[in-house]
Design a protein around this ligand. Structure first.
Ligand code: FCB
Length: 443
């Protein structure tokens, strides 16, 4: 199968960016040359990572980065989205660690020399452990530490960076890390999630201020993830349940950026679960954005529930990826159209989209038809949204290569390049070939 779009598709326009994405902790390894982060600690805690693995080697990108840039180049993409490891570039005293900075300068310079635009994320979940020891994202001071890091690193990298995203998916950092406890730092309790979320959003706003000052020519913004919520039936009760879930999981992170307030469900929260909002915080959070990144993988379906307000249900007989997420591309179109209706959005980029598949290497090839189909369907879903009037300017496949998939360890493969973790050999999967061919066909 091939990835294709309608011939007259707006995505054939040359200013639409196609890219691939990764994140520091998931690929770099090289733990000895940086400070420990919360994911190092989490991985060392028994029963947190499904295969008991960690990020100490991962894809050994810290050593293999030159060959990885050559691979990115061979895909013919316009852009590469990656993240900077905060504990690699800032030391315990809060000063730049020049060795870490030089790693990213080398990477940026090679990308630029190849004509690949660098889209940099400043925080893709690897909080320095010494900051977690002082309360992490539950401590308001972490937001100011993040601003200082953003200030130092953006000055050090000069004008090499096309785009800065402050945070990747604050929902995951806050909810999965400080409420559900299934991601680092593994804190559990309804009283923590929204406090962490507020400090993350504050960190975003503070960092936006310094980025706009230091790098006015870069495209500065934030990356949010959305799992659109659908009601299990047409009943009023199910529709309410789904919209309450949506307020908590999706709108909670976008509404403050554009409307300077949290969704109305904040009024229903017991005092202990509310964030600590100080005067002026919402103005800081709602800095004008040059772009917003949207990460999309799947949808969720909800039913009314007397005990918890809403309950997620499994839809029977629908296709899933290898990580158990339903394949439902229409939700991507509907999401983009609805965000565009509700908010005054800046240009959007799909900063992550992709599928885990149970890949097998056979005769030095990976025939991942299911992933090709996923990309085909989702690129068409993006195209439908553009045709409905949404300003989407780019699309990044998650991921460039198989990597450390957080609590799933190395068990789930999302790459368009296969990684043999024993030999660190990279092999372009058929999906990588299809993506390359698709991109190369642009007029
Ligand atoms: C997103 C993360 C990314 C990757 C994908 C599968 O939530 O941003 O790092 O793990 O999911």
């Amino acid at each position: 199968m091939k990835i294709s779009l309608p011939l007259n598709s707006i995505m054939q326009k040359s200013d639409f960016i196609f890219g691939v994405a990764t994140a520091s902790f998931q690929i770099e390894g090289g733990v000895d040359s940086r400070l420990p982060c919360i994911w190092d600690t989490f991985c060392q805690t028994p029963n947190k990572i499904r295969d008991n693995s960690d990020g100490s080697v991962a894809c050994d990108h810290i050593n293999l980065w030159q060959q990885d840039v050559d691979l990115i180049d061979s895909l013919n993409v316009d852009a590469y989205r990656f993240s900077i490891s905060w504990p690699r570039v800032i030391n315990a005293e809060g000063e730049l660690n020049q060795q870490g900075v030089d790693f990213y300068i080398g990477l940026l310079d090679k990308l630029i020399a190849k004509g690949i635009k660098p889209y940099v994320t400043l925080y893709h979940w690897d909080l320095p452990q010494h900051l977690e020891d002082k309360g992490g994202w539950l401590n308001r001071d972490t937001a100011y530490k993040f601003r200082d890091y953003a200030d130092l690193i953006s000055k050090a990298l000069g004008n090499r960076v096309t785009s800065y995203a402050t945070l990747n998916e604050p929902f995951c950092s806050a909810y999965l890390g400080y409420e559900a406890g299934i991601h680092a730092p593994g804190i559990k309790g309804r009283e923590f999630g929204k406090k962490a979320a507020h400090h993350l959003l504050l960190a975003h706003g503070l960092a936006m201020q310094v980025l706009q000052k230091n790098c006015p020519d870069a495209l500065n913004g934030i990356v949010l993830n959305f799992t659109p919520c659908y009601p299990a039936s047409d009943s009023t009760a199910d529709r309410n349940a789904s919209s309450i879930a949506d307020a908590h999981f999706n709108q909670w992170y976008i509404k403050p950026l554009f409307d300077k307030c949290y969704p109305d469900v904040i009024e229903t929260l017991p005092a202990i679960e509310r964030p600590d909002i100080l005067d002026g915080d919402m103005e800081i959070i709602a800095q004008p954005l040059d772009f917003m990144g949207v990460n999309f993988y799947t949808r969720a379906v909800y039913q009314a529930c007397t005990y918890h307000q809403f309950k997620q249900i499994e839809v029977p007989d629908v296709p899933h990826t290898d990580i158990g997420w339903e394949i439902y591309p229409k939700a991507l179109t509907e999401l983009l159209v609805s965000l565009n209706d509700i908010y005054q959005l800046p240009p959007l980029y799909i900063t992550e989209n992709g599928a885990a598949m149970d890949d097998k290497m056979v005769n030095a090839a990976v025939n991942d038809e299911g992933r090709i189909q996923y990309y085909h369907q989702h690129l068409n879903a993006v195209n439908d949204a553009i045709e409905a009037g949404v300003n989407v300017k780019g699309y990044f496949a998650w991921s460039l290569m198989d990597n450390f998939e957080w609590a799933e360890g190395y068990l789930k493969r999302f790459g368009i390049i296969y990684v043999d973790y024993q030999t660190q050999q990279r092999t372009l999967k058929n999906s990588g070939k299809a993506y390359r061919e698709f991109i190369s066909k642009r007029s």
